[in-house]
Design a protein around this ligand. Structure first.
Ligand SMILES: NC(=O)c1ccc[n+]([C@@H]2O[C@H](COP(=O)([O-])OP(=O)(O)OC[C@H]3O[C@@H](n4cnc5c(N)ncnc54)[C@H](O)[C@@H]3O)[C@@H](O)[C@H]2O)c1
Length: 327
């Protein structure tokens, strides 16, 4: 049985990735410090290690298991927190990643690393979307800077030490178990407001666009990147793949589809535009389609309806709990 270590496996995307590896018959180890993740998200069948990726014990775990695959998803992923605390962001996202990569280099050099980067934040606002992997990178937050730094480290580890890696630049990932602080946090926030029958707040005119991709499509791409033959590793972008839908969706459309899913209408209030917020962002995903025969298959309507239903079920369960007993 092949072994996969999944960092961040108690989080949103990681828990879905762990489920997929288990379903494919892998021995799955989840490494997570539960700073935002939840123990209950770790699927039954996975071995859980409550560890920080910066900890020497996390490096020891990689050395001991010598996994075929390390899916590295654990991160400080709140863009606003990265602006407020860039040192914490870099410590987690850069130093933590290096701790794991050094363990791979020294003790498990055959491990393939699959790293979660960001297609939503790394290209900045200087490009004309759809953004292609080779476009200039102009990260506009410490979070995006840290992701790009790790991508550069992986390119270096590939060139100099021959380590195997793939970089996945996710769009705005949404779905069950997502966190309101993530890049697609608006989906979780709107679902919560609709279920509480509270007005939705939209910044600016709501016509700012992002590439929203459903979590099962992201999981499928992650599995392909972990198991398929990859293009030759050379430069920064050689092994990088955008993971999105190639479709720009504006915030007003999200609100409309989610209200349809909830079979209700909620008033929308407009707040001032947020300074520095990107106006348009969506991804060219042809490289993933060509090299890894991947295709996003879940439509926005279907994905948002599935997400809403999950939040609605959680809302019903929460409202049945006695006061103070909410998780
Ligand atoms: N959600 C998105 O839209 C999106 C978009 C682009 C990139 N990404 C990236 O995908 C990855 C997963 O994101 P997510 O949305 O599932 O986030 P998440 O917060 O749900 O998951 C991250 C997990 O990492 C864990 N973690 C954080 N710091 C840790 C540390 N120091 N040691 C061990 N574990 C730690 C958290 O407890 C959490 O379980 C992240 O790297 C994120 O930057 C996400």
């Amino acid at each position: 049985m092949k072994t996969a270590v999944i960092t961040g496996g108690a989080g949103f995307i990681g828990s879905h990735v762990a489920e997929r590896f288990l379903a494919e018959g892998w021995d799955v180890h989840v490494l997570d410090n539960l700073i935002t993740g939840k123990r209950g998200n770790v699927p039954p069948g996975a071995v859980f290690h409550q560890l920080d990726i910066r900890d020497g014990l996390a490096a020891d775990l990689i050395a001991g298991l010598q996994p075929a695959v390390l899916v590295h998803l654990a991160a400080q992923m709140d863009v606003r927190k990265s602006v407020a605390e860039p040192v914490f962001d870099a410590d987690t996202n850069i130093v933590g990643s290096l701790n794991l990569f050094e363990a791979v280099r020294n003790d498990s050099p055959k491990t393939r690393i699959v790293f979660s980067s960001t297609g939503g934040a790394i290209y900045g606002d200087q490009t004309t979307p759809p953004n292609v992997e080779t476009f200039a990178k102009n990260p506009e937050s410490p979070y995006a800077v840290s992701k790009l730094a790790v991508e550069n480290y992986l390119a270096y580890y590939g060139r100099v030490h021959g380590l195997e890696s793939a970089v996945l630049r996710f769009g705005n990932v949404y779905g069950p178990r997502q966190d309101p602080h993530g890049e697609a946090g608006v989906v979780a926030i709107f679902c919560g407001r609709i279920l509480d029958k509270q007005p939705l707040t939209v910044f600016g005119d709501g016509m700012q666009t992002r590439d929203y991709v459903y979590v099962s499509d992201v999981v499928d791409m992650t599995y392909r990147a972990a198991t398929r033959t990859l293009p030759p590793a050379q430069l920064l972008d050689s092994r990088a793949f955008n993971v999105g839908t190639g479709i720009a969706t504006d915030v007003m459309r999200l609100a409309t589809v989610l209200m349809e899913a909830g079979k209700t209408t909620i008033p929308i209030t407009h707040a001032p535009e947020r300074p520095g917020e990107q106006r348009t962002s969506f991804l060219d995903v042809k490289k993933a389609m060509n090299y890894l025969e991947w295709k996003p298959v879940v439509s926005l309507e279907d994905g948002l309806t599935r997400s809403f239903e999950w939040f609605a079920a959680r809302h019903r369960a929460d409202s049945k709990q006695p006061a103070g007993g909410k998780a």
